[in-house]
Design a protein. Structure first.
Ligand code: SAM
Length: 216
């Protein structure tokens, strides 16, 4: 199958910034209390349900945080450099290169999926395919936690990131209702949604969604 063109831009950009990203972005222990509480809640929900995929895991810091909370978790990322950094930092965990648009994961295999600040580079017209993959790979009763930037539909084309490194990816900040609507259209039942205003070092609104594959 032909790869959607936005994936090459994301892969190349994150390969370029991976080392700077890993140095600059704090591990979850350094996150604010609300972010940590949401990750802890997700961990508690999925711990008894089976394997969890951290999609767009980056350097694996959040993957390792979930593992430390007792979750059977592995990471998938589009950027081979991110995967290499994750493996080097957390050799006890499994990280593979791959895309959330076409996962090498069996149907119904997962108790949970985490997409942590990893879906905003996907053009909105491709999000239904991503959410369909998440629905396909979750077992009935399995839980998705999606967290990330939200907005009013802004389309950003940054020239540089993480200290000015050149990037060619784009970002799409969708309204929370639109994200929830796309999740529902994929057959996922959105039971929790939380929107946070910019605070502290964060300059953007963010949203966290807990969505379930019905059944189980
Ligand atoms: C902002 S980083 C977040 C990394 C990690 N989740 C964290 O919180 O530190 C976004 C990551 O998502 C990955 N990503 C974006 N689109 C992806 C896709 N279609 N499939 C897999 N990974 C993807 C990027 O390669 C990048 O590592």
């Amino acid at each position: 199958m032909t790869e959607p063109p936005h994936l090459a831009a994301i892969r190349e950009s994150y390969d370029t910034v991976a080392d700077a990203y890993a140095r600059r972005v704090p591990a979850p222990a350094g996150l604010d209390p609300v972010s940590r509480a949401m990750l802890a809640a997700f961990a508690e929900l999925v711990r008894p349900l089976g394997p969890v995929a951290d999609l767009g895991c980056g350097p694996g810091k959040v993957t390792a945080h979930l593992a430390a909370l007792g979750v059977q978790v592995f990471g998938v990322d589009l950027s081979p450099r991110m995967v290499a950094l994750a493996r080097a930092a957390h050799p006890e965990l499994r990280f593979t290169a791959g895309s959330m648009t076409a996962l090498d994961i069996a149907t119904g295999e997962l108790g949970g999926v985490l997409a942590y600040y990893s879906t905003h580079h996907t053009p909105p017209r491709h999000l239904p395919a991503v959410f369909a993959e998440i629905h396909r790979t979750l077992a009935p009763g399995g839980v998705l936690m999606l967290a990330g930037h939200v907005g009013e539909g802004e389309h950003l084309r940054p020239a540089g990131a993480y200290g000015g490194h050149p990037v060619s990816y784009e970002s799409y900040l969708l309204p929370p209702d639109r994200i929830a609507g796309l999740l529902a259209e994929a057959g996922l039942e959105v039971r929790t949604r939380m929107v946070r205003e910019p605070e502290g070092t964060s300059t953007r609104r963010s949203g966290t969604f807990l969505a379930y594959r019905p059944g189980g």
